[in-house]
Design a protein around this ligand. Structure first.
Ligand SMILES: Nc1nc2c(ncn2[C@@H]2O[C@H](COP(=O)(O)OP(=O)(O)OP(=O)(O)O)[C@@H](O)[C@H]2O)c(=O)[nH]1
Ligand SMILES: [Mg+2]
Length: 689
């Protein structure tokens, strides 16, 4: 729904005065940016060498590369300073409301783009749909399910009451339109604080004065996600930064939100508050990142300005986090960065007096020792503060990961498509020159080509489909086997405990064994899925190459078609979901003390754990596996569409010579063009690592 459209005007949030600081920390992106520039230049050259259709494809690839937008999801404990960090990272200190109501569950994605103009700034907000809303509220989310499983009726009742109260408030706030609005999207051609607050900020606690809540949180109750598109000339390339609500709250629905948000980005920044990092280990958080590769996790320990003695405490915090990650099977090698969103904000706004001199001194001492601050005398005061704040360090860590992760993948992908475009042109040259020099050749049969393409396409799709059916079948069997043996082992251990210790002593069982089994099964599946995809793609590329030889008589020895890279298999973040066995303490002892008799313990335990873990196993073998298969099939389809386009054009041109194609081959120009093409192809080979 188009609600409003206006460009930035009065009332719009100005970026902070010192937004130029944002440019610091991106040196690690240089190699990527250079290759990207070379590749784009090669595409421009290719576009000029070819016909209209080739030119269009080259432009499309150029655009894809220019606007490639790696994304980063920020997750973490409530109040660790995620939102404050995000605001500083994008150069708008008050853009997203910090200190929002703990009930808020909006994921906000900020799209930063140096190629946008300020007029391109816009925002859109999506609401939960009816089903999501009911699931969120009817059963009180996951916590409601867990409460009812534990037989904790009174607790469940408490949650329900809160939920009903919240729902009623939302209805009151939103009026009659309430149900109509679910599932909708609101788009705006601008953004400012007021607008964002209306959708993102639930306002004060819902028990507060109704009038003020209405003014602030008009739609926030039902907002699911916010997308903000922002002109950001300081960025060397487009980036998307996602802010998520904190994870340890009453409603475990947020856990599901976080899981989804992690899946949507390749890189995940875990924000911890410095003063909590030593004392409390958030197991739910560790479980969530345990399934992501170390290389794709960055841990930001924020609020370092609140430490009394950073020089001494920061190394301790680093040690302690490292130890926790090792002990609890987390991403052991994840880089740890220390930050202060508070310092960063002061630097951005130029409000240097906001920083307490003693704190500044302590932090400066640490920053010099750490090496993030060098030669402060040569820097402006806001630059010193900015470097100490750790924001450039966060961008450095991100730059490295983008350069060799998502960035390199993108280069590979585009370079391969460009290479095939060049291969097509190369073939055109050969075919056209042959037809001119050898008029005796029979004309190419277009009908024959069409049949050949259709045959290749249906065979390839069938081959990939069948291969996936086999691998997915194996995956499902393995998951079921692992699941069953875990249930048997756990129940066996329960019975043994009862025999040895009786019912009064509470027994606990660690579910990490199940996670390891399921993760291994997933990894094996992921590897097989990739291999299957790769094999089919290579096989198909070879078949296409043979079409060039057979149908067009392409004779170049070096001629070949590049198979695209199989899509990435996403991390199984879902495995981090909290299940009943993770809830030790009162939840568990309540469950325990409600049972009587061995038989009841054993069957009810098995039932409960099964109903807790069934959805995970089903999600892995169902939607997760299907998404991987579908991505592979899509890759194959895109590849085939690309080849169909090139080959059909080639046939048309060869047919219509000496028309369009010949123009490109006028005697003296031909040799030069071929030389240029060879050169471009060599450059492309270098870019695809
Ligand atoms: N001293 C200090 N305070 C900070 C820093 N970062 C954030 N805060 C404060 O901590 C509080 C919480 O900050 P937020 O940015 O809302 O934290 P969050 O992680 O987004 O919180 P939730 O979204 O509710 O989970 C606010 O009062 C911030 O002003 C920091 O680096 N130093
Ligand atoms: Mg926040």
């Amino acid at each position: 729904m188009k609600v409003d459209a206006r460009t930035m005007e009065e009332g719009a949030v100005p970026a902070a005065g010192n937004a130029h600081l944002l440019g610091r920390g991106f040196a690690g992106l240089e190699p990527y940016l250079n290759k990207s520039r070379d590749l784009r230049q090669a595409l421009v050259r290719l576009g000029k060498m070819g016909d209209k259709a080739t030119n269009r494809t080259a432009r499309r690839l150029h655009h894809q590369l220019k606007h490639a937008e790696p994304s980063i999801t920020m997750i973490g404990q409530v109040k660790a300073g995620k939102t404050s960090l995000v605001n500083a990272m994008v150069g708008f200190p008050d853009l997203l409301p910090a200190d929002v109501n703990p009930w808020t569950s909006v994921v906000t994605s900020l799209h930063l783009n140096p190629h946008f103009t300020p007029e391109d700034n816009r925002a859109s907000f999506r609401f939960f749909d009816m089903e999501e809303w009911s699931r969120l509220l009817d059963r009180g989310g996951r916590i409601g399910e867990l409460a009812s499983r534990a037989g904790a009726e009174d607790e469940l009742e408490k949650v329900r009451t809160q939920v009903i109260e919240m729902r009623e408030k939302s209805r009151e706030r939103l009026g009659d339109k309430f149900e109509l609005m679910l599932g909708q999207q609101h788009d705006y051609g601008y953004f400012d604080n007021e607008l964002i607050e209306r959708y993102v900020c639930l306002g004060d606690d819902f028990e507060d004065d109704f009038e003020t809540s209405q003014a602030q949180g008009r739609f926030a109750d039902i907002t699911k996600s916010a997308e903000i598109f922002m002109h950001r000339p300081e960025m060397p390339m487009p980036l998307c930064i996602r802010d998520t609500p904190g994870v340890n709250d009453t409603f475990m629905i947020r856990e599901q939100i976080t899981i989804r948000a992690i899946r949507e980005s390749r890189i995940c920044v875990v924000v911890l508050a410095a003063h909590q990092a030593l004392s409390s280990v958030d197991m739910a958080l560790i479980r969530l990142i345990a399934n992501v590769k170390s290389r794709e996790v960055i841990i930001a320990v924020n609020r370092c300005d609140e430490l009394s003695d950073p020089v001494r405490q920061i190394p301790q915090i680093r040690e302690s986090i490292r130890k926790t990650l090792i002990e609890h099977d987390g991403p052991k090698e994840a880089q740890i960065v220390f930050s202060s969103a508070y310092f960063a904000t002061a630097a951005l706004t130029g409000n240097l007096d906001a920083v307490d001199p003693e704190t500044l001194e302590a932090m400066t001492e640490w920053a010099l020792e750490d090496g993030r601050l060098t030669d402060p005398a040569s820097l402006a005061p806001e630059e010193v503060l900015w470097d100490i704040s750790g924001l450039p360090s966060i961008y450095e860590a991100l730059s490295e990961r983008i350069a060799d992760g998502a960035g390199q993948d993108m280069l590979d992908r585009v370079a391969k498509s460009a290479m095939n475009l060049a291969n097509g042109l190369n073939a055109t040259h050969q075919v056209v020159s042959r037809r001119e020099s050898d008029a005796a050749l029979p004309p190419l049969e277009k009908g024959q080509l069409e049949a050949e393409l259709a045959r290749i396409e249906s065979q390839a799709l069938e081959a990939m489909g069948e291969a996936f059916e086999t691998v997915m079948g194996e995956f499902q069997k393995r998951l079921e086997r692992s699941h069953r043996s875990f249930l048997e082992r756990a129940t066996g251990s329960l019975l043994k405990h009862l025999e040895e210790n009786g019912e009064s002593e509470v027994w606990e069982y660690d579910p990490s064994g199940l996670r390891v089994l399921l993760r291994t099964a997933y990894q094996v599946f992921g590897r097989k899925a990739q291999k299957t995809t790769k094999d089919t793609l290579i096989q198909t590329a070879e078949t296409y190459a043979s079409v060039y030889f057979r149908v067009f008589d392409v004779s170049d020895e070096d001629f070949g078609i590049e198979a695209p890279t199989p899509p990435l298999v996403p991390a199984p973040v879902l495995l981090g979901q909290t299940i009943a066995l993770d809830l030790k303490g009162t939840w568990w002892s309540r469950w325990w003390h409600k049972r009587r008799g061995f038989r009841s313990f054993a069957t009810e335990f098995a039932d409960m754990i099964k109903s807790e873990t069934d959805p995970i196993v089903e999600a892995l073998s169902g939607p997760h596996a299907e998404a991987i298969r579908d991505a592979s099939l899509q890759e194959l389809r895109d590849f085939m569409a690309e080849q169909r386009g090139i080959l059909t054009r080639l046939a048309n041109e060869a047919d219509s010579a000496p028309g369009g194609a010949a123009a490109l081959l006028d005697a003296e120009g031909a040799a030069l063009k071929r030389a240029q093409l060879k050169q471009t192809m060599a450059a492309l080979t270098e870019i695809a690592a």
